[in-house]
Write a protein that binds this ligand. Structure first.
Ligand SMILES: [Zn+2]
Ligand SMILES: [Zn+2]
Length: 1016
């Protein structure tokens, strides 16, 4: 089929035919293709495919431009492994130019397997003209965006405490912490440190110890101050070793026990200004300013954990940093960008801060400064790319002032339709409402260079294009990346000093967020085309992109164009393994998408993702679950199609056109039209799940009711039956085209083929429906279901005809069943239908006492109660229970009332009948057989046995035979009694009763039947 699509150029033809039509705009969120694709990529790509296909069939022009994300840490880390680098020093020794050249190669290293997967799963997207975020044109558009933001006053450099990866040597933005792998549970030390006061003033006394708590002992080296809440109550209390400790009153019990001796109670305000000994001597109080190593007030102190006295290190916490600004504490940062202490940290200089924790604690312990040391398990932020625990770290960084446009971001979100809806004001809305400025810069190598040039006097110029850079510097860059761009300098426009580029590159999420214009090199090229394709009607990615691509593009578009760049967004959930665990190489539960494709094919894979769940609910996935989707749709569909082809060939029928002739024809076509309505309505609402299930339900009806009840007509070559079934199958093929494009095209091509492909046809329009008939058929099928259940209960084969079925039905339901009575009789194989208006007529009620509720109440009187209940009139009780009335009984001369729960009503069917009921519906079958019925049943069994013998003999369905039977006399009697029927059904030109011992043998009801068939 892929070959045929290529040959007939179907994808491009589907675009050519819609040229000039209204656009439906889809944006491809660019994947990084420096590693092989996984099952979750298939998920995203099939959902990116289905709606553009649907919209194309509806008549829209749906351009689908592919794209690849090329920059960033994921690529860098891969290349670092390749060259054996352990950090930035190694990269710089290796050379930025060589390093970035390897990154460029690595960025698209798996593009072939990605493209192969994309074609295999039939994701129609233009890969030949895909955008790549590393191309000079793309980078130039991103520069344009940054310059525009700068012109709007939204780009600034700030000194802030940010989440920072010491291995990668760069800050991360807060939205990166929300990505998978962002927070992991780890065990950290948790220590309570003693701070002996040095200038005790009341209420404190000499040798009192302030207690403070930390889970980052390495920050104690740069301890700046202790923060307290002036309004909170604190105490002096007798500590564990007789010494006096100071802590919040609310924490006494937790830290000192119930019986702790309280010496004094006072407000936090009384502690302000208290001076004490720092935990380590390397950085004296003066370096922090006048308030260094003293108690200060803060608004973030809590008495829920810790001690109510908070150790602060200005460079290593967001609250700490803010407190430092408020209290005039200097930012002292003794940690190098690679995460090691610098020379100011005494004996710890050169050591990784987190790894030094144990030694720091031992050091404190040796000096009697540890009150308590424990371990503490908590969710802690990690670098989502390299897995290193982050530190909070004061570093200069470039920001986009998104928080100043929070209201505009929220307003833009209001225009977006989210699937599922709760993301809009939940996960995404919360994220926007708590928006912080976008930490844009990365102190790295392989990324879009930040186009900011600066002179020694602090003047800043932002460059918006390569042409502008050439104009300013006289240098034309072919490659805008580092290190080439770093070498470009020019004189400052204000002071004439040399301007050099700042060293940073930018967050990759900014790259991909620029794709609406950067994919077209707008505004430098194709600006009109950009405007015609902005905003997108539809985008689709994993749910975690609320902090990734969904956010970055909405933020960029809102800041630049005052609106969201997408109207509808579909979020996809996680794919877990069958046990609900994340897929990971170490667990060995990763599913290779090609394995699934080889085993079940792309259609089954797609169908599974579309219909097993709403996609945002996530998937529990293994190979076998895909098989379920084959059984659910593809198998019944293929069987029905094969049935049509078989009988069309037998009867020489080719594309007959005939109006519907029976109620079944009319019902099927009405159901088909109803299905078209639902599928369109659901797909218009981006709901692949319910639309797909509606198609599957129709295919089930088609194969399991329409074909099943119409076999005889196909056998007889009835043109109306062929026309009806063909219409249904061709329409189903078109409905399925966006879902399962391969099988849909196969069906279409064989049954219709007017167009070179089903994907060039128009999506079906709903036709008229006969709702009365649909309702009637539903009643009939319910009746049949109960009747067949009654047969199964009684263990009577369907081939055995029965005298009658008694059906409980009145009014419209009875009319419906009468109208379609033949169907019920044939399907249940009964001679007659009889109607009664209430289930009571199908049997007799028996009333029994409910021992479980009455036993405890009446105790030893229970036998008397049972007798009294038995004596009640059952029909009367049944009516009372139905109406919720209470029933009075008399026991031993005392009156009691019983409720519905005290009585058990059992329906005993009439003798000789088997009853099946559900709610108000009930069917009873008369099981009594006379000789005529029994013989007819045997005749049917004989036909069945002969059909099996025909198949075993390798005969085609239309082959005529000479048939000889032998064996049990009663069986032969039955065959003789129904000879015309037996011959007709088995296409026997002749029937003799002289089959000898050499004939095949079958057993019917324990009797032997010998069967000899020969092609006539
Ligand atoms: Zn890292
Ligand atoms: Zn200057």
């Amino acid at each position: 089929m892929l070959e045929r699509w290529r040959e007939r150029d179907v994808f491009r033809e589907s675009l050519r035919r819609r040229e000039g039509a209204d656009r439906f705009v889809f944006y491809e969120g660019p994947p990084t293709v420096n590693g092989p694709p996984g099952a979750h990529h298939v998920l995203a790509r099939v959902f990116k495919d289905i709606f553009p296909r649907y919209k194309t069939m509806q008549g829209y022009y749906v351009e689908r431009k592919g794209g690849y994300d090329c920059h960033g840490l994921p690529v860098e880390i891969q290349v670092e492994k390749q060259i054996g680098s352990t950090g930035k020093e190694d990269i710089e020794r290796f050379g930025i130019g060589r390093f970035n050249a390897l990154c460029r190669e690595s960025a698209l290293s798996h593009i072939e397997v990605w493209n192969r997967l994309t074609e295999r799963i039939a994701f129609w997207v233009d890969l030949d003209d895909a955008y790549r975020t590393m191309d000079a044109d793309y980078v130039e558009s991103v520069w344009w965006a940054l310059k525009s933001l700068h012109d709007k006053g939204l780009l600034y450099e700030g000194h802030k405490v940010v989440p920072y990866c010491p291995r990668c040597g760069t800050a991360l933005s807060s939205h990166e912490l929300g990505l998978p792998g962002g927070y992991l549970d780890i065990v950290d030390p948790s220590i309570y440190v003693r701070f002996p006061v040095v200038d005790a003033r009341p209420p404190l006394e000499p040798r009192d110890e302030l207690l403070a708590w930390t889970t980052t002992p390495w920050t104690l080296v740069s301890h700046a101050a202790i923060a307290v809440d002036p309004g909170l109550r604190y105490v002096r209390a007798r500590g564990d070793e007789g010494n006096v400790v100071v802590l919040a009153e609310a924490r006494v019990e937790a830290l000192l026990g119930e019986d702790a001796e309280i010496l004094d109670v006072f407000d936090g305000a009384d502690l302000l200004g208290t001076r004490y000994e720092p935990p380590f001597p390397y950085l004296p109080a003066v370096v922090y300013g006048p308030k260094g190593h003293s108690v200060v007030e803060a608004d973030f102190v809590s008495a829920e954990d810790g001690t109510g006295l908070v150790h602060t290190a200005v460079a290593f916490g967001e609250d700490d940093f803010r407190l430092g600004q408020e209290q005039g504490l200097n930012v002292v940062n003794p940690v190098r960008p690679n995460g090691t202490f610098d020379d100011r940290a005494g004996p710890y200089a050169g050591r990784n801060v987190r790894e030094a924790a144990d030694d720091l604690i031992e050091d404190l312990r040796g000096r009697g400064r540890v009150f308590r040391a424990e371990s503490y398990e908590h969710a802690y932020p990690h670098c989502w790319r390299c897995g290193t625990p982050l530190i909070y770290y004061a570093t200069p960084s470039w920001y986009i002032a998104t928080s100043t446009r929070r209201d505009e971001l929220l307003a833009a979100n209001e225009t977006v339709t989210w699937y599922p809806e709760h993301v809009k004001h939940g996960r995404f809305g919360d994220w926007l409402a708590n928006n912080v400025d976008w930490a844009l810069s990365r102190a790295r190598y392989w990324g879009t260079p930040l186009p900011v040039w600066r002179c020694d006097n602090g003047h800043v110029e932002v460059i918006g294009s390569l042409g502008e850079l050439e104009q300013r510097s006289g240098t034309r860059l072919d490659d805008p990346h580092r290190p080439f761009v770093d070498e470009v300098t020019f004189p400052c426009a204000e002071c004439d000093a040399a301007m050099a580029r700042v060293p940073e590159v930018i967050d990759v999420w900014f790259d991909s967020g620029c794709m609406p214009f950067a994919q077209r090199h707008a505004p430098y090229e194709d600006q009109e085309l950009f405007e015609a394709t902005f905003p997108a009607d539809y985008i689709c990615e994993a749910l975690d992109q609320t902090r990734g691509w969904f956010y970055s593009q909405l933020a960029i578009s809102t800041l630049l164009f005052d609106q969201s760049d997408f109207r509808s967004v579909l979020c996809l959930g996680l794919i877990l393994d069958a046990e609900g665990r994340k897929m990971s190489k170490s667990v060995g539960n990763v599913v290779d998408p090609f394995e699934v494709l080889d085993r079940y094919g792309a259609d089954a894979f797609r169908w599974y993702f579309f219909t097993s769940k709403q996609p945002w609910d996530g998937y529990r996935f293994n190979l076998e679950t895909i098989g379920e989707s084959v059984r659910q749709l593809l198998l019944p569909l293929w069987n029905t199609y094969a049935f049509y082809v078989l009988y069309a060939n037998v009867n020489g029928v080719d594309r007959v056109d005939a109006p519907p002739a029976t109620n079944l024809d009319r019902w099927t076509l009405s159901r088909l039209n109803g299905t078209v309505e639902v599928v369109r309505e659901r797909l218009d609402d981006y709901d692949a799940t319910l639309s797909g299930r509606a198609i599957a339900a129709f295919v089930e009806d088609l194969s399991n009711w329409y074909v099943r009840r119409s076999r005889r007509r196909f056998w007889d070559g009835d043109p109306a039956a062929f026309a009806t079934l063909r219409t249904c199958l061709v329409t189903v093929a078109k409905l399925l085209a966006p879902f399962t494009p391969f099988v849909a095209d196969e069906l279409y091509d064989n049954l219709d083929g007017t167009e070179p492909s089903v994907h060039l046809t128009s999506f079906p329009e709903p036709g008229p429906r006969d709702l009365g008939l649909e309702t009637a058929m539903a009643v009939v099928r319910e009746t049949v279901r109960l009747g067949l259940a009654a047969r199964a209960q009684a263990k009577v084969k369907v081939r055995q005809p029965l005298r009658e079925a008694v059906v409980v039905a009145a009014g419209a339901e009875r009319q419906a069943i009468e109208r379609l009575g033949d169907l019920v009789r044939e399907e249940l194989n009964v001679k007659a239908l009889r109607f009664v208006s209430a289930a009571d007529e199908l049997g007799q009620y028996e009333v029994k006492p409910n021992y479980r509720s009455l036993g405890p109440r009446f105790g030893h009187q229970m036998p008397l109660v049972a007798d009294a209940v038995q004596a009640l009139d059952a029909a009367h009780i049944a009516a009372a229970v139905r109406e919720g009335r209470e029933i009075g009984i008399s026991v031993d001369g005392h009156d009691h009332t019983l409720g519905a729960d005290d009585l058990l009503l059992v329906m005993r069917p009439l003798d000789g009948y088997q009853l099946e009921r559900e709610g108000s519906h009930a069917v009873a079958l008369d099981l009594e057989l006379d000789d005529a019925l029994r013989r007819e049943g045997l005749a049917r069994e004989i036909v069945h046995a002969v059909q099996t013998a025909r198949k075993d003999a390798g005969l085609a369905v239309e082959d005529r035979i000479e048939l000889a039977l032998g064996g049990d006399a009663e069986l032969l009697d039955a065959a003789r009694a129904h000879e015309a029927y037996v011959r007709g059904e088995t296409l026997a030109r002749s029937l003799s009763y002289e089959a000898d011992g050499s004939a095949a043998s079958a057993t019917i009801d324990g009797r032997e039947l010998r069967i000899a068939v020969a092609r006539a």
